[in-house]
Design a protein. Structure first.
Ligand code: NAD
Length: 256
């Protein structure tokens, strides 16, 4: 379905981004990977799906590097058709104790990077009258949780950016939507499970149960594969007129 298209997925060396990149590659899209840590493993996983894969190491807190990544997609594959703004970090602390540099980093990486990548990718998409912008927000783009001020502010911002981008392009072939996962067991969440286990002196298994029980009625993690399938739907012809939604996949979290 996506043969000949190019997808840039930010923060795709791990977790949800890698899951979405694999789902898009399975539909035939060439992939630009981005993110830190091991690159060769994710690259090989994508190449095994029979598409072309390239890597750009842009730091999402740096607008000039984001510009270079968008340019890289155009020079390597000739277009940037699907943009998945996924890179993100977390830090947990009460507002009065929240380190200012962590606030700035979360706003830059989790929110402003989506603005920069979107503004830079849009002209190419509009020229072809086809494009898909998918913002990986969070259930925290819809509701709040204590000790996550920067994250919740950034994710609510991403949902707002999604709506405005969708509206500004509503008469074109370019759509913009957000995905709002509940808990997904990636390194980002594993750190929160570990912190809970240490703080309370309980096992990792009990900390996991507690984490899910507090917020997610299904008591199950959403998987990167399920989120990848939703991204593929947004890219399909059935998604042509899906514009500006913030679609939660959260085991009922936001329904409470
Ligand atoms: P992860 O830690 O597994 O992956 C994060 C990715 O972002 C990695 O590839 C990392 O290298 C990259 N990254 C971090 N800082 C970067 C930077 N400055 N520049 C470029 N890349 C950078 O985390 P994840 O859980 O897969 O999170 C992916 C997205 O999903 C994030 O936006 C996160 O907020 C969101 N999310 C996660 C969950 C969850 O439960 N895991 C729930 C809702 C939303």
């Amino acid at each position: 379905m996506l043969q000949g298209k190019t997808a840039v997925v930010t923060g795709s060396t791990s977790g949800i981004g890698l899951g979405i990149a694999k789902a898009l590659a399975a539909q035939g899209a060439n992939i630009v990977l981005n993110g830190f840590g091991d690159v060769e493993g994710p690259k090989a996983e994508i190449a095994a799906l029979g598409v072309q894969v390239s890597y750009h190491g842009a730091d999402m807190s740096k607008p000039a590097e984001i510009e270079a990544m968008v340019q890289h997609a155009h020079t390597t594959f000739g277009s940037l058709d699907i943009l998945v703004n996924n890179a993100g970090i977390q830090h947990v602390a009460r507002v009065e104790n929240f380190p200012v540099e962590k606030w700035d980093a979360i706003i830059a990486i989790n929110m402003s990077s989506a603005f920069h990548a979107t503004r830079l990718a849009l002209p190419g998409m509009l020229a072809k009258n086809w494009g898909r912008i998918i913002n990986v927000a969070s259930v925290h783009g819809l509701v709040g949780s204590a000790e996550k001020s920067a994250y919740v502010a950034a994710k609510h911002g991403v949902v707002g950016l999604t709506k405005v981008t969708a509206l500004e392009n509503a008469t074109t072939g370019v759509t913009c939507n957000a995905i709002c996962p509940g808990w997904v067991l990636t390194p980002l969440v594993q750190k929160q499970v570990d912190a809970k286990a240490t703080a309370q002196g309980i096992s990792n298994q009990d900390a996991t149960k507690q984490l899910l029980g507090e917020k997610e009625p299904s008591l199950q993690f959403t998987t990167p594969e399920e989120l990848g399938a939703l991204a593929v739907f947004f890219c399909s012809p059935a998604g042509n007129n899906v514009r500006g939604v913030a679609w939660n996949m959260d085991g009922g979290w936001a329904a409470q």
